[in-house]
Design a protein around this ligand. Structure first.
Ligand code: CP
Length: 310
């Protein structure tokens, strides 16, 4: 079965089968990452440009590693050192990069939907590495793979997502992906950080308190407070936030005893989560990062026309 999408911009655009195919391929890619020689020739001769208009540690590094492990030529461009600082538009930057004949542009941009605009301008594949408050599909997929690793399935799970839902592209991608695969989502956060109408996205319940969201949850996914996108103060202060919406060893006990704790990073330790929980034995945060490489290898492989991996 071949993957029928040229671009991966949002999990909203993918079917359950598409997502399962990407997760299955990522599971196979993991084998490469544990070898002594972590390289296969799958994408030899392909050129990937990682174009990042916002800062990143995990996503940019793992897309670069993913491309290199598949033998693609990868080039990184940070907007701070690009001609964007001289006023070049996104469309002009894209057309100039396209003249160099890349096969894939992986882009992170602060404007929601900018990848759809880019996809109309170029003839290479576009992968979204995070756009504004819209989606972060590679993060959603790596989160789903990490959950599947623990439970062997995604259907029938209670997943609590806590924090700044309004500004979280991670939350949107997880809601889109997890509900398609049969999980139930329970959201909690300050009322100023819950977008109106979010229940309409599917099997999503907005809870009045964090306790209600995490009660008997299989997964507790904490989000970063996206201060760079808030524009105005949406909470009294970090201490108040932590008191009502921070995860610690006491309130984690409301979740199931074997519940897994997740966070996309970067973490504000002591605000969104206590260090005890971040570093505790229920934390899967570094496993998420590890799975990020395999998931991004799968995304690169499939937009280049790779067929299903058995
Ligand atoms: N989770 C995530 O997107 O992290 P980075 O901003 O470091 O890429």
């Amino acid at each position: 079965m071949s993957f029928r999408h040229k671009h991966i911009i949002a999990l909203r655009d993918l079917s359950k089968d598409d997502i399962e195919q990407l997760l299955n391929t990522a599971e196979s890619m993991r084998d490469i990452n544990s070898r002594e020689i972590k390289k296969v020739p799958t994408l030899r001769g392909k050129t990937i440009i990682n174009l990042f208009y916002e800062s990143s540690t995990r996503t940019r590094t793992s897309f670069e590693i993913a491309g290199k492990r598949l033998s693609a030529d990868t080039v990184n461009i940070a907007s701070s050192s690009s001609s964007a600082t001289k006023g070049e538009t996104l469309a002009d930057t894209a057309l100039n990069l396209l003249a160099m004949k890349p096969d894939i542009i992986v882009m992170r941009h602060a404007v929601s939907g900018s990848h759809y605009f880019l996809a109309e301008k170029v003839n290479c594949s576009i992968i979204n590495a995070g756009d504004g408050t819209h989606e972060h599909p590679s993060q959603g997929l790596l989160d789903m793979l990490t959950i599947k690793d623990k439970f062997g399935r995604l259907d029938g799970l209670k997943v609590a997502i806590v924090g700044d839902i309004t500004h979280s592209r991670v939350a949107r991608s997880n809601i889109q992906g997890l509900t398609k695969l049969g999980s139930s989502i329970f959201l909690a956060g300050p009322p100023t950080m819950i977008p109106p109408g979010v229940e309409r996205l599917g099997n999503v319940t907005v809870c009045a308190t964090m306790k209600e969201a995490i009660q008997d949850a299989d997964v507790v996914m904490m989000l970063r407070i996206q201060q760079e996108r808030q524009g105005k103060t949406l909470m009294p202060n970090a201490r108040e936030y932590s008191r009502y919406f921070g995860l610690n060893s006491q309130n984690l006990q409301y979740a199931k005893p074997d519940a897994m704790v997740m966070h996309p990073g970067p973490i504000n330790r002591g605000v969104e989560m206590s260090s005890y929980v971040v570093d505790g034995n229920q934390s899967h945060i570094l496993k998420q990062v590890e799975n990020g490489v395999a998931v991004r290898m799968a995304m690169l492989y499939h937009v280049c026309g790779g067929t299903a991996v058995e």
